[in-house]
Design a protein around this ligand. Structure first.
Ligand code: PLV
Length: 326
C-alpha cells in the first residue's frame, strides 16, 4: 500500500501459497498468506510501519511502544528505517532472545510488569510528558489501515475469486479490525472471518459471551502475544457487525498446530499463530460447518500465517514439556 506521499511501505507483499497438507485436512483449498516472512517476522510491520511513517511526517521524533514482542520488533525496525529512536516496553515473560533482537535493531528496551497490560501502563506513563509518541500494538486507526493492505494484496492475487473464509488469530484485535477494514474496502464484507484465540488469552470471546467489553483477570495462555486482557473496542464492534465467528482452543491445540505446521510446511511460528492454524489442524472449521455455524465454503480458505519471532526449537520443546506433551 502506498500512502499519501507515495513512500515505499516498510512491509513486503507477502506470498499467497496453497498448503496441500492443510487443504487435505480441511477438505477444501487452503491458501496461506505468509506474514511470517515479513521483515521482523510478523504482520505487525504493516500497521506499525504505516503508523510510524505517518507520525514521522507529522514531525514526531521519538516513539515508545508497549509489546508482547512482535509489535515491538516492528516498531524498532520501522524507527530504524526512519532514523528515529524507539523505546520498547515488554513484560517480564519476554524471551531474552527477543530483547536482544530489539537491541540489535537499535531500540532501548524496558522490561516492566508481568503481562503486556502492565508493560502498556508503563509505556503510557513514559509518554505522559511531551516529546515522545505512544504506539499501541493493536489499537489505532492507522494500524488498522496498515493491516488492511493484506486484504488489498489478497484481492490482487485472487482476481475475481472471492475467499470462502479468512482465519485469523486475535490478541488485542488490531489484525481483525484491519482485515475487516480491508474486506469492506474491496466489497467482501460478507466473507466469514474465523477469529481464533487460546483459552487464557481469549478476551474477544469473553467480551462476546458477556455482551460487553470485559477484562480477563490474568493471561494464563502460553501464547503471550495474544495476551491482552481486554480486546479493543473496534474489534468488538467488527465482531458484532460482520460475520466474525469466535473460536477458542487450548494451548495444547495451538502448540500441536505449531508442530504439525513445522512438519508440513517447514516453517516455525509462535503459539499465537498456532491458534489460527489449529482451526484446521484441530478440525474446528469442519465442526463449525457441521454445527451450521459456518456456511458452506465456496472459495478458498485463507489462513493468515501471522508469524511471530518469540520461538525457536528449544522453546518449542520447553512449552511441550510445560504442557505435558512429551
Ligand atoms: N501481538 C502484540 C500484542 O501482544 C505484540 O505486542 O506483539 N499473532 C502474532 C504473532 C502477534 O504478535 C499478535 C499480537 C497477534 C497475532 C494478534 O494481533 P492483534 O493484537 O492485532 O489481535 C499482547
Amino acid at each position: 500500500m502506498m500512502n499519501s506521499r507515495n513512500e515505499i511501505p516498510l512491509h513486503i507483499v507477502s506470498p499467497l501459497k496453497e498448503s496441500l497438507a492443510l487443504s487435505k485436512l480441511a477438505g477444501i483449498q487452503v491458501l496461506m498468506k505468509l506474514e511470517n516472512i515479513q521483515p521482523v517476522g510478523s504482520f505487525k510491520i504493516r500497521g506499525i510501519g504505516h503508523f510510524c511513517q505517518e507520525l514521522a511526517k507529522q514531525g514526531c521524533k521519538k516513539f515508545v511502544c508497549s509489546s508482547g514482542g512482535n509489535a515491538g520488533l516492528a516498531a524498532a525496525y520501522a524507527c530504524r528505517k526512519l532514523g528515529l529512536p524507539a523505546t520498547i516496553v515488554v513484560p517480564e515473560c519476554t524471551p531474552k532472545r527477543v530483547i536482544l533482537k530489539l537491541q540489535e535493531l537499535g531500540a532501548d528496551v524496558v522490561v516492566a510488569g508481568k503481562v503486556w497490560d502492565d508493560a502498556d501502563a508503563y509505556a503510557h506513563r513514559m509518554t505522559d510528558a511531551p516529546g515522545s509518541v505512544y504506539i499501541s500494538p493493536f489499537n489505532h486507526p492507522l494500524l488498522w489501515e496498515g493491516h488492511s493492505s493484506l486484504i488489498l494484496e489478497l484481492k490482487d492475487s485472487l482476481g475475481n475469486q472471492k475467499p470462502g473464509a479468512l482465519v485469523v488469530a486475535v490478541g488485542g484485535g488490531g489484525l481483525l479490525a484491519g482485515l475487516v477494514e480491508g474486506i469492506v474496502k474491496v466489497g467482501w464484507s460478507d466473507v466469514p472471518i474465523i477469529a481464533m484465540e487460546t483459552l487464557g488469552a481469549h478476551c474477544l470471546n469473553a467480551a462476546l459471551e458477556a455482551g460487553k467489553s470485559v477484562s480477563l483477570p490474568d493471561i494464563t495462555s502460553i501464547a503471550k502475544c495474544l495476551g491482552a486482557k481486554t480486546v479493543c473496542d473496534r474489534a468488538l464492534e467488527c465482531a458484532r457487525k460482520y460475520k466474525v465467528i469466535s473460536v477458542t482452543v487450548d494451548d495444547r491445540e495451538a502448540l500441536q498446530a505449531v508442530e504439525m505446521f513445522l512438519e508440513d510446511e517447514l516453517m516455525l511460528v509462535e503459539a499465537a499463530c498456532g491458534a489460527a492454524l489449529s482451526a484446521v489442524y484441530s478440525g474446528h472449521i469442519q465442526r463449525l460447518q457441521k454445527e451450521g455455524k459456518l456456511e458452506k465454503i465456496t472459495g478458498p480458505l485463507i489462513m493468515i500465517v501471522c508469524g511471530g519471532s518469540s520461538i525457536n526449537l528449544s522453546e518449542l520443546q520447553n512449552f511441550k514439556s510445560q504442557l505435558g506433551m512429551v
